[in-house]
Write a protein that binds this ligand. Structure first.
Ligand code: PMP
Length: 313
């Protein structure tokens, strides 16, 4: 790791290579941490780095932390400013992934949430595409998405990601790129780290919050873009597995994944095996928004550098 990179670790900025935890750390042993995945996009024309929906990510982090009985060390505005400062200190000039993480830090044996110390870190690393964005093969996972009554599905808790890891590796070992997980009662839930949208009989549908999904910030962005750019109201309802086979378009979305069209599901071509027009429009719209090229969504962007946009004639 580049020795110049700094992170924010329990109250101060330190070299990333010095931010270490011990092997007995509670979160390392029991998965008792919560985190966020945030992207910042480099706009080369403006020579500006835009962090996307920072405040919304820290709101979700606070909700996740609340479920773990962790209190975050700072309020939302301070967390946003620390993140901006962190990105500026690292002088990134390219796309970046930002990972805040609040964790149970005591070095002790004992599975519980109470009477345990807390730690907090934010680090950032250069980051390109997480998965192929040109049309992927997906399979329905034999692993069910964790049920909210087993562990809170709407919280972004590290321990829950073992569920995603099982599904993702099963997909990979079966020659596919991604897994779609169902709920315990057999409805479509989401991908291993993405929410899912389907175009069914001309209507854009996505599973509701009660089908054990993580309430994605990209999902929310897509709902807004579908309305603003395409005049389409997204319907949030439970979806059957076999509805997906007949869908005209299918795509996954998430901060890391961005907008990922699915062109094959369980060995069946979706929409003739080509990326459809709705997915293409959403994907283009999304890239415009996150790079600061669409003036309507400026409130979602935090510019990292204190420079005026380059005003060329
Ligand atoms: N579901 C899961 C399980 C995820 O890990 C993610 C990625 N954070 C998402 C959905 C998409 O959420 P977001 O758009 O907020 O990144």
């Amino acid at each position: 790791m580049n020795s110049q990179v700094v992170c924010y670790f329990n109250g101060s900025f330190v070299p990333l290579q010095d931010a270490k935890v011990g092997v007995m750390t509670h979160a390392f042993n029991y998965g008792t941490a919560c985190f966020e995945g945030i992207r910042a996009y480099w706009n080369a024309d403006e020579r500006q780095l835009y962090a996307f929906r920072l405040a919304d990510h820290f709101d979700r982090l606070r909700r996740s932390a609340h479920m773990l009985m962790i209190e975050l060390p700072h309020d939302r505005d301070t967390l946003c400013e620390i993140t901006r400062d962190l990105l500026e200190r690292n002088a990134f000039e390219g796309d970046v992934y930002v990972r805040p993480l609040a964790y149970l830090s005591s070095e002790m044996i004992g599975v519980r949430l109470h009477n345990v110390e807390h730690g907090f870190v934010i680090y950032a690393v250069p980051f390109g595409d997480y998965i192929e964005t040109g049309g992927i093969r997906a399979i329905t996972s034999s692993w069910r998405r964790i049920d909210d009554n087993a562990a809170p599905a709407r919280a972004k808790l590290t321990g829950i990601y073992v569920n995603s890891a099982f599904a993702k590796t099963e997909a990979f070992l079966n020659g596919a790129d991604e897994a779609i997980m169902l709920t315990d009662d057999g409805h479509v839930s989401e991908g291993s780290a993405e929410n899912l949208f389907a175009l069914v009989a001309g209507e854009l549908v996505t599973p509701p919050p009660t089908d054990n999904i993580l309430l994605g910030i990209t999902r929310d962005t897509v709902i807004r873009l579908a309305e603003d750019r395409l005049g389409m109201q997204v319907c949030q309802r439970s979806i059957d597995r076999s509805e997906l086979y007949g869908a005209d378009e299918l795509f996954l979305c998430g901060t890391g994944a961005q907008i990922v069209p699915i062109t094959q599901l369980d060995h069946r071509a979706i929409g003739g095996g080509r990326v459809g027009p709705v997915t293409t429009a959403i994907s283009r719209g999304y890239m415009d928004v996150v790079h600061g090229r669409d003036g309507r969504y400026q409130e979602w962007l935090t510019p990292v550098y204190q420079r005026e946009p380059d005003k060329r004639p």
